[in-house]
Unconditional design. Sequence first.
Length: 252
Amino acid sequence: MSTLEIRDLHVSVETNDGPKPILRGVDLTVNSGETHAIMGPNGSGKSTLAYSIAGHPKYEVTSGSVTLDGEDVLAMSVDERARAGLFLAMQYPVEVPGVTVSNFLRTAKTAIDGKAPALRQWVGDVKTAMEDLRMDPEFAERNVNEGFSGGEKKRHEILQMELLKPKFAVLDETDSGLDVDALRVVSEGVNRVKGNSDIGVLLITHYTRILRYIHPDHVHVFIDGRVAEQGGPELAERLEESGYDRYLTARA
Ligand code: ADP
Ligand code: MG
Ligand code: MG
């Protein structure tokens, strides 16, 4: 079993006016096999948490720690984080001009495993995963994220997750911009990976609707850069009814 542990994390973002503190003491522990939903209003720092775990250079950790089985994640390069088993699906995935999905996936797999995947097996795995996600085979020859629709971007992220087999996945608003059919396909993909592996998932979302398909074991409400409340799935149901107003009023 593996554990991703976030302790008293403080993070500032680089802005034109200098560093701006965003995360103000985040505590979170995710074990293998667990799904944690992070829910919160826009601007509460959810993406900042995702970027900090991923090692984005604009986000400076001013104190606190992130460890994976006791190893200091914050001391690792972005590549080392991926090799250690961390996977981040960004809210706004970037284009990679001139690199096809097929090449991108194989390069990433090779980098993470330290050796190229056996070709025949790999080709079969990619084909199966794409079929499962109802993706057109031609998609593999398109350039990464170039002209992808919202749904295609999210399917591509889940495709990566299926094939790269991380220990922990951080999915930042994987549900945003998806219609109900795409949401179902993407959610099924996440559930398939959960069923086939012992992955730990940090599911970041503004809305409760994805939680009808992907069932969290734990729910954390994020307000103003820290966890304001945590609980089980019933907390998500309560948010569905009453939204975040309660927390924001309490703050004012
Ligand atoms: P969420 O994902 O919960 O909507 P974010 O982490 O994206 O929240 O943003 C949290 C806060 O940090 C917001 O007030 C946002 O404006 C600010 N912020 C995030 N990134 C930047 C940036 N690059 N420059 C300036 N402010 C930023
Ligand atoms: Mg499982
Ligand atoms: Mg965000």
